[in-house]
Design a protein around this ligand. Sequence first.
Ligand code: DC
Length: 270
Amino acid sequence: MSFCIAVDGPAGAGKSTIARGVAKDMGIVYVDTGAMYRAMAFHLIQKGTDLEDQAAISRDCQDAEISISHIDGEQVVLLNGENVTPHLRNEEVSRKASLCSTNPDVRKRLVALQQKIAQHTDLIMDGRDIGTCVLPDARLKIYLTASVQTRAMRRFTELSQKGEDCDLKTIEKDIADRDYRDMHREISPLRKAPDAVELATSDMTIEQVTQTVLSLVLEKRMEALTEEIDTAASPKCASASGSREADSAECGIDSDESAGDAERRQHRWK
Ligand code: DC
């Protein structure tokens, strides 16, 4: 049974920094799902797809084979076999990833990939819909937030340190626009799962957030261990909790999962 941690929150809340730190500390895999949406956006940019045209996105996303691997603990994204990781972190790709992530066919493809990766691997996965849709039965769910101003300032500092020319007000507006799109889209909008722990990070250091998450992980590890011992002591198979039907409905994605797959999932995630 794999141990999964879901981390969600708006752009710039520190998800990737925290998830990467926790993954390293625990020796588990970090999966950055935003990079998959970025790779899809990169693919659509290369094809010249009109990102205001949902039918064109649905058509053109079909020939993007996206996969990930890890080199020295860092995630690498492959698009049709080519490593596109160096092309994913710029403002054009950020904007277009947000646009194409509203498309149901894009989400269906990427969510299926994310769920497949989580099936047999202990991991921490970050994104916008991980706790609500991708891993509704994750052992621990974290929802990270920070004010728009704080997030814009973090991004401004990061870009300035790289020597990139940038404007704080433009970054602030971009972040606010992306928040609005991510939170108001029809399918899998960004929202806190009811059972997620919310951490407001505006006044916290990276170290403080990482330590807070690590202590929550420890608690959940102990809980999982106790359950395993209890299950071993009593051979009855625990039945699943949670409703896949309700989760699929909230995600707005038709599930291709077979009844057998669903049953195996349910027994894996108690
Ligand atoms: O986390 P990020 O900024 O790299 O994500 C890029 C875009 O992808 C973001 O605008 C929202 C979208 N996204 C999503 O819709 N669902 C996810 N699980 C991850 C990212």
